[in-house]
Design a protein around this ligand. Structure first.
Ligand SMILES: Nc1ncnc2c1ncn2[C@@H]1O[C@H](COP(=O)(O)OP(=O)(O)OP(=O)(O)O)[C@@H](O)[C@H]1O
Length: 961
């Protein structure tokens, strides 16, 4: 940004933006009227209007240039790409806003922080604010390149596999990945961590999360509660309201971070078009197993929708716990959405899946830190195309082992794209067991169930009678009432059935005829009704049983319950796994019991036997269940629907036995090959351990409580510490605090309860978890870069050695590189702040006398005396200031060079690694490399022209102790 001196009369125009030279704290003013002699300026932030004579207005025009960051009135930041003038008013072009941003629409909360002018004009800030400002600058400098950036601010438990994925994916530019951890292991948390990192580091600014309707609120709440990310929920009501307000407006451009239901875009082509046109940096799709594709029929509507968006969006994250639920073809097709170049041949993909056993075996030995045998070294040499000589020291050379392991894992086909952690590798789950309830076949059913060809009727016959006629003679109904009133009387019970109609009929019987407290949860209900039902079920005084339909319950968290009734059995094992996953997830503290009623002699019994004996799915998740079932389905289907004869029973047992062997064989094979590599790649234990340790260490050395304590004391804000360690900040009376503090997010009319402790924040979700990344801290940090908070001060320095009355000037400069946030250039600067300490005689004392050394001897000076000092010694202070600036400027070139070296090295290394990887694994997209090269050039350019921003100034007057 630049400002220019007072302007010629004719230059004023309505809409232009100015800062007051004498009252910069008014913020950015806008010209609202111009007449022959006067110009009228409104300062929106301070709600003041001033009228100046045009000939002598103490105003500076604010002009941004290409590459500057500007903020609009909604607080969104943009990088200026071009500047034009329209009738005297500037128009800033920025990415993503076709119309550009007129200067009239800029945010008003900038003030000119020129500390020297303020000081000389007698605007002297408090000494404690000056100290806080220095602390803020130091902390910001330390945080700029912190490896835990984007991870440290999340209200989550430190769980290694999640942190590993978040770290690995979150740091990528435009990541395209499939997050496929087994159900309930925290994919939403992983996605949240990645989104948070991408937003905080400027890698993404616009994010679209597409989820099934039933999960919209859950996502919105998780993102807000755990990551302080405010996503806007776009449904029909909201989009209609925006359209009504401004029919011309693209609704998807009114927010940066949006959650929407996939159906909204499918059912409303106009919204689809607008979302496409608006464009996003990152697309997140939950429950991605609903995207179906096969060679014959192509994609279903959801698949096609996401395929369109994936093509237009740089970053894409798909989430599903059951990637193979709809078969290998759909799995392959979803990978193709992420990278069409790599996944272009289905047959090759299928063949490739089996070819990883050797790689996995060698990787396993390396991971487990065991010595490689001669045979394994030979295999490694072949796999990596490295000579045996070069590998001779592999068993002793730690670096070589790490290199070899990384190479092996990088070559693994889906390595960079697919992440899948399993319960087995994550550990800490309490397990599950099943309880079958064989029920006698009712007389009335006998005839119909002895006939062949009625599989659906045997399994889910009630779905054909939505009037509830089936309730009368279905033996599961009295069984359900009995068990709820008996063995499960004091338990929270979740029941899942396939259809919403079944659940509704059942619920009515339980509530009206059996007097049981119920809640219901189906896709026919509105989101609000569903969330109310979930809350009623969670309440200790609330419903004993929550009855859910299949779709209605997907992705939801009910791990406070441990009893699951499977009213019926779904047709495929992955759907069953999704059901069990409602309870069997992180946070579950009990063993889970699955209650499975079935009617003897029907397909219900036979399907139970299949799931239990062939797939063992009630006891343990089986990664191969889906594939085994697909393999046997042709044999299985007639047996399931066939008559209950001795012959059929014998054949079914034989098929089950055979399938069991197949499953075990397949599991062993996958465990040795594909899945083993996938497991290694999804969480490299050492790296994950290091990140987790860094998080624990960071938590253990938290400097924030002391800082916040000083800040609150300086800001005159009261707080008390509660017995559990949380702090309660009293409601802030805005008349009693400085304007600087007034705008901070310090809670509502009741004040704010907060904690710096992760565990406490996890236990008490209603309190704020204060980290460096919390909005409050971000706002405090911004005080230093966007306001005059503490940027001038005058104090005394007790010193026996210095002549009484001598003045010393301490000037702090910020080193700024004007470049997109994504480059994170501050992290590459060896210094972000330059302090120059200069004596009255002009001696540079910066190196000899540090700020810490003088701190104990500094004492405050009252404002009048301080102003007196400035009045009397203003000239010498000004002279020394400019000398200080020269001293600082001299350091700039060196800082730029060092930063440039570091930056180029870092980026060249990454680009080289990717280029190398590309030669051995086509999974690396060429665009990825091109983008990095462009960014590297941009960064180098910015570092070659660093700017020095005067930040703050302190005048010290020597007094005898
Ligand atoms: N690191 C964590 N800290 C605290 N809670 C967590 C953490 N990870 C997961 N959880 C909790 O565990 C549950 C499962 O997590 P999440 O919903 O992210 O799993 P998922 O893999 O997306 O599940 P699904 O497969 O059902 O979609 C949630 O209640 C979540 O809040």
């Amino acid at each position: 940004m630049t400002t220019s001196a007072p302007l010629l009369h004719s230059e004023f125009a309505v809409g232009q933006r100015y800062l007051s030279d004498t009252e910069s704290e008014l913020g950015l003013g806008v010209v609202i009227d111009v007449d022959d002699r006067c110009v009228h300026i409104l300062f929106p932030q301070s709600e003041e209007t001033r009228v100046y004579a045009k000939s002598s207005a103490p105003l500076s025009r604010v002009v941004f240039k290409v590459g500057d960051s500007i903020s609009d009135q909604q607080g969104q930041s943009h990088i200026v790409t071009a500047v034009d003038e329209v009738m005297g008013v500037l128009k800033y072009s920025v990415d993503g806003y076709e119309k550009g941003i007129m200067e009239t629409r800029l945010a008003a909360n900038i003030t000119l922080a020129k500390p020297l002018e303020r000081l000389l004009a007698g605007r002297i800030e408090r000494g404690d604010w000056y100290d806080l400002r220095q602390d803020i600058l130091r902390m910001q400098a330390a945080l700029a390149g912190h490896p835990l950036k984007g991870l440290m601010g999340a209200r989550v438990d430190i769980i290694e596999h999640q942190l590993y994925i978040a770290h690995e994916v979150g740091k990528r530019i435009a990541p395209r990945v499939l997050l496929a951890d087994e159900v309930g292991l925290g994919k939403t948390i992983e996605a949240g961590l990645i989104i948070h990192q991408q937003l905080l580091t400027g890698k993404a600014e616009r994010v679209l999360v597409l989820v099934p309707d039933s999960l919209q609120y859950q996502w919105m709440i998780e993102l807000r509660r755990r990551f302080n990310l405010n996503f806007a929920l776009f449904d029909l009501v909201r989009t209609a309201a925006i359209k009504e307000h401004d029919p011309e407006q693209n609704v998807f451009l009114t927010e940066q971070c949006i959650i929407a239901g996939m159906d909204l875009l499918l059912d409303h082509p106009d919204l689809y078009d607008q979302a496409m046109e608006a464009g996003f940096d990152l697309l997140v799709v939950d429950e991605a197993h609903h995207l179906h594709w096969d060679e014959e029929r192509g994609g279903n509507d959801k698949y096609d929708l996401i395929a369109d968006f994936a093509e237009e969006t740089a970053g894409v994250m798909l989430l599903t716990a059951t990637p193979e639920q709809l078969g290998t073809q759909s799995h392959f097709a979803r990978l193709r959405l992420l990278d069409a170049n790599r996944f272009d041949d289905l047959d090759e993909f299928i063949a490739g899946q089996d070819a990883f056993a050797e790689t996995a075996a060698v990787a396993g030995v390396l991971i487990e830190d065991k010595p490689l045998s001669e045979g394994q070294i030979a295999a490694l040499s072949g796999l990596l195309n490295i000579s045996l000589d070069e590998l001779a020291a592999i068993n002793d050379d730690e670096k070589l082992r790490t290199y070899a392991l990384n190479e092996l894992l990088d070559r693994h086909g889906t390595g960079r794209v697919l992440f899948r952690n399993t319960r087995e590798s994550v550990k800490g789950f309490h397990g599950r067991s099943s309880q079958p309830y064989p029920l006698p076949l009712p007389e009335a059913w006998k005839n119909s169930y002895q006939t062949i060809g009625k599989l659906r009727e045997q399994l889910w016959g009630e779905e054909n009678q939505p009037d509830g006629g089936w309730l009368e003679d279905d033996p599961r109904v009295p069984w359900l009432i009995d068990i709820l009133k008996g063995a499960l009387k004091h338990q929270k019970v979740l029941l899942i059935a396939r259809s919403g109609a079944t659940v509704e009929s059942l619920e009515a019987v339980l509530r009206l005829h059996a007097g049981i407290k119920t809640a219901i949860f189906t896709e026919q209900m509105t989101l609000l009704e569903r969330d109310q039902a979930a809350a009623y079920f969670a309440d200790s005084e609330g419903a004993q049983i929550l009855l859910c339909s299949e779709i209605g319950s997907e992705g939801r968290n009910f791990q406070f319950a441990s009893q699951l009734i499977l009213w019926d059995l779904p047709a495929n094992p992955d759907t069953l796994e999704q059901r069990i996953g409602r309870l069997d997830r992180i946070g579950q503290t009990q063993e889970i019991t699955l209650h499975v009623p079935y009617v003897q002699g029907t397909a219900q019994e036979r399907l139970y036997q299949w799931y239990d004996s062939a797939l063992n799915i009630f006891n343990k998740i089986s990664p191969t269940a889906q594939n085994v079932q697909e393999e046997y389905i042709a044999e299985l289907k007639p047996l399931l629907e066939g008559a209950d004869t001795a012959d059929n029973r014998t054949i079914l047992q034989a098929v089950i036995k055979d399938a069991l062997q197949t499953r075990l064989g397949l599991e062993a094979q996958l465990q040795a090959g594909r899945d083993r590599l996938l497991e290694y790649n999804s969480c490299r234990p050492r790296v994950a351990g290091r990140i987790a340790k860094a998080m624990h260490d960071f938590d253990g050395h938290n400097v924030l409580p002391q800082f916040v304590e000083r800040f609150l004391a300086s800001a005159n804000i009261e707080y008390s510490v509660q017995r559990d360690g949380s702090w309660v900040i009293a409601p802030v009376d805005s008349t009693e605090i400085s304007d600087y503090i007034d705008g901070l997010p310090l809670g509502d009319d009741d004040g704010m309860t907060l904690s710096f402790e992760r565990n406490l924040a996890l236990q008490r979700e209603e309190i704020e978890y204060i980290t460096h990344e919390h909005p409050l801290m971000q706002a405090i940090y911004e005080l230093a870069t966007t306001s005059t908070f503490g940027n001038t001060t005058v104090a005394t320095l007790k010193s026996a050695a210095m002549p009484q009355g001598m003045v010393m000037v301490e000037v702090n400069f910020r080193v700024e590189a004007i470049a997109p946030k994504i480059l994170n250039l501050p992290a590459t600067l060896p210094t972000q702040n330059i302090r120059v300490f200069i004596s009255e005689q002009g001696t540079d004392l910066s190196a000899r006398i540090s700020a810490d050394m003088i701190m104990p001897h500094v004492e405050r000076l009252d404002k009048n005396r301080a102003r007196q000092v400035i009045k009397v010694r203003g000239d010498v202070i000004e002279t020394r200031y400019y000398e200080a600036e020269e001293i600082a400027k001299k350091q700039l070139a060196d800082i730029g060079e060092q930063a440039s070296d570091r930056f180029s090295q870092q980026w060249s290394r990454e680009i080289k690694r990717l280029k190398h990887l590309q030669t051995i694994n086509p999974n690396v997209r060429p665009e990825e490399i091109e983008r990095l090269e462009q960014l590297q050039a941009q960064g180098e350019q910015a570092l070659a022209s660093l700017s020095l921003v005067p930040d703050s100034i302190r005048v010290l007057v020597a007094v005898k102790p």
